[in-house]
Design a protein. Structure first.
Length: 713
């Protein structure tokens, strides 16, 4: 590193040490203490100064002084001895994360008088940024992923096999599927369910208010009673997955590995980092998932948001008063003992496709100060289909009483819908909860109960008793207001087995989430089911077919995934048509127009015999004549054109795609084209053609396409 960040931090530490013992901060004192500073221990401070070059080094030292007890940033006596070399058996595997080499700290040397000044020592080289240095690096054991045996270390290293995020009084290591979390992160509202326009637009994404002082629950943390939060709000779509994968990676380290990584960095591939997602996704789906997020930079932006998050802990609530005011930028004016915690010191996705991570030492100290940690099954959280279900399940683990019995953790709390929403989806002071927020909680309850990880009941304000919500009735369950009371009994989110694993190949992921009664019923058993119940079940199953997820799969994989669901729809549709034709028509008409073509295509491929004939007749009768995407030439022309968000010059777009536009307009006005227009979504038509035609001053053509599409619907 060619900048002077190291020298500036060393000088600031030397001044601090001299003043602490009453010596004048002159050149002689600074030179003496500068020679004692351990450069390897102050790398996070140097990186912080580089990220904020406008800050004074004295301010940075004041921020970090709480992390170095008894001047631990100085070289100790045993540190001056040569370090024992740690060797490994063979080179690290490409499939396991590896630690970057850490250069041994040089022994203190006397400083000549000619070098005394503002920059008494030359900057120390940093190994992770200067790979060309001709210095023999110290060999360190490779970081072993969770679930594999740790490499045997020499006894002289005295390194504990205990994982870094384990509690000292913990009864043995956690199962490899579980990770320890602190309530300060997962229970304080930093994760929220955001709309797509907020997720994809950094300028609109809300930020945490650093002026709000939160009270720290003494049941979870020792020594600290208040905290403030800063940084962007993290979403429950990709950010929460990235956070869980980060904790899994860092939590699999030993304490010594964590310290070495904090002085340097570790390297992992995106596939290794997001390996928890592969536990319930097929190999093809997982590969496409990673490549898509790499291509769109979603992984990069998610990591930037995690890096920007900051938590400041205070030993007394009054210590936070100055920090939350106008003087917060000057850390030297903070009152009391302060600990500034980030989820990670450095996390980056470089151009070579490698993720480089430097752990945050205060993060480890926060775990050590915790009086209670919460074990969470990462696959259970990540595997939920709805983002609101992920934050709801994390929040449930923070309100439990900790009583563990027969694979369940008991909660035993009664809360209103408003009370739950305030915990999982807090609003601003001027905001108020609407029906859509109540619907969000309803979706989360249905998914968690349907997966078998939550037991609860509900009571409306007109009821006298609670009604249990079970896997059999949860699909028909409706929340009708903020005053509905929910009795949360117990959860299985901390169980070592995930409900998203171990499903049969024929049932598929989504069918495994259906109520047990819905999975086990046969056609004979459905004879006594009412027409309304059949209609509700058909509607639910058709809505559970997720074409957004299916875009990562080939057609055979999609058919295999949803075959069992489609068979259930065929059986129920046949019975419903016999019982009530009008209700059957209403049920099928409730399917959105742009989904009908895809569903009809799935029915045609996945079903056989009588079921195929029944659904072909129902689709033709209630959905009308449709063409498949393979035969829809208008759809094929449109799908080959870019979206509006990808075009910077509409006029150039009109020139480049003039042939496709001309062919589309010519085919659209034919009788065959009118049928093809029915199979094209309005959103797709607007994003790929109509809006761009308008911007390119082709208003006449844009209106023609719009009117033709509306007439075809």
């Amino acid at each position: 590193m060619t900048d002077d960040a190291v020298a500036r931090i060393v000088t600031a530490i030397a001044k601090y040490e001299a003043q602490k013992i009453g010596l004048p901060a002159n050149q002689k004192s600074i030179a003496f203490f500068s020679s004692l500073v351990d450069r390897a221990k102050i790398l996070p401070m140097c990186q912080f100064l580089r990220d904020s070059p406008s800050r004074n080094p004295d301010q940075v030292v004041a921020r970090f002084v709480a992390f170095f007890d008894d001047s631990s940033w100085l070289i100790e006596e045993e540190d001056s001895d040569p370090q024992p070399s740690l060797t490994t058996q063979g080179e690290p595997s490409e499939q396991s994360p590896r630690l970057a080499p850490v250069l041994p700290s040089p022994a203190p040397a006397p400083v000549p008088s000619a070098q005394i000044g503002d920059n008494p020592l030359p900057p120390q080289p940093e190994p992770e940024l200067e790979p060309e240095l001709e210095v023999e690096p110290a060999r360190v054991p490779p970081l072993t992923p969770a679930g594999k045996s740790e490499p045997e270390l020499p006894s002289s290293a005295s390194e504990s096999a205990t994982r870094v995020f384990d509690m000292s009084e913990q009864r043995g290591p956690l199962p490899v599927t579980l990770d320890n979390h602190t309530q300060l992160v997962i229970g304080t509202g930093i994760f929220r369910t955001l709309n797509r326009n907020l997720i994809n637009n950094p300028a609109l994404r809300p930020v945490l208010d650093s002026k709000i002082v939160y009270e720290v629950d003494p049941r979870f943390m020792n020594g600290y009673k208040a905290m403030t939060l800063a940084g962007p709000v993290l979403d429950t779509d990709l950010d929460i997955k990235t956070y869980l994968c980060l904790v899994k990676l860092l939590g699999s380290m030993t304490d010594a590995q964590y310290e070495r990584a904090a002085a340097s960095y570790i390297e992992v591939t995106p596939e290794q980092f997001y390996s928890p997602l592969a536990e319930f996704l097929s190999p093809a789906e997982f590969g496409n998932y990673i490549s898509d997020f790499m291509r769109t930079d979603k992984i990069l932006h998610s990591m930037k948001r995690l890096h920007a998050f900051q938590m400041t802990l205070f030993r007394q609530p009054e210590d936070a008063e100055v920090h939350s005011g106008k003087e917060s930028k000057d850390s030297s004016r903070m009152k009391g003992s302060v600990m500034i915690v980030g989820l990670v010191s450095v996390i980056s996705l470089d151009g070579d496709g490698i993720i480089r991570i430097t752990p945050n030492l205060p993060m480890r100290e926060m775990y050590r100060a915790a009086s209670r940690l919460i074990a969470v099954n990462r696959s259970t959280i990540i595997g939920f289909e709805h983002p609101i279900s992920r934050i709801f399940s994390l929040w449930l683990t923070t309100i439990g009483n900790g009583q563990f019995k027969q694979d369940w953790v008991y909660i035993n709390k009664k809360l209103s819908v408003r009370g739950i929403l305030e915990g999982i989806h807090p609003l601003t002071e001027a905001g108020y909860y609407k029906k859509r927020h109540v619907k969000m909680l309803e979706v989360a309850l249905v998914e968690l109960v349907g997966c078998g990880v939550l037991e609860c009941a509900y009571r409306r304000h007109t009821d006298t008793q609670f009604t249990p919500i079970t896997p059999e009735n949860c699909k028909l369950f409706i929340l009708d207001g903020l005053k509905v009371e929910i009795e949360l009994t117990r959860h299985r989110i901390s169980h070592k087995h995930s409900p998203h694993n171990g499903q049969s190949e024929d049932a598929g992921v989504h069918s495994a989430q259906l109520p047990k009664g819905l999975q086990e019923e046969t056609s004979d058993e459905l004879s006594d089911v009412s027409a309304v119940t059949l209609s509700n079940e058909i509607t639910h199953i058709l809505k559970s077919v997720d074409f957004g997820r299916a875009r990562y799969l080939t057609m055979p994989d999609i058919v295999e995934l949803y075959r069992a669901d489609l068979v259930k729809v065929a059986v129920r549709t046949k019975l419903l048509r016999e019982l009530d034709t009008a209700l059957c028509r209403k049920t099928m008409k409730s399917v959105l127009g742009y989904r009908r073509e895809r569903l009809a295509n799935l029915f045609n491929i996945a079903l056989d015999g009588p079921d195929k004939a029944v659904m072909a007749g129902v689709c033709a009768e209630f959905w009308g004549t449709m063409t498949t995407s393979n035969d829809n030439r208008l759809y094929n022309l449109l799908s080959a054109m870019p979206r509006e968000s990808q075009i910077k010059d509409p006029d150039q777009w009109a020139i480049t795609y003039a042939t496709q536009i001309r062919d589309f307009l010519a085919l659209m006005v034919t009788e065959e084209g009118e049928v093809m227009l029915k199979g094209i979504r309005a959103a797709m038509l607007n994003a790929r053609l109509i809006n761009l035609l308008t911007k390119a001053s082709m208003t006449k053509e844009a209106k023609l396409v719009k009117y033709r599409a509306e007439a075809a619907k």
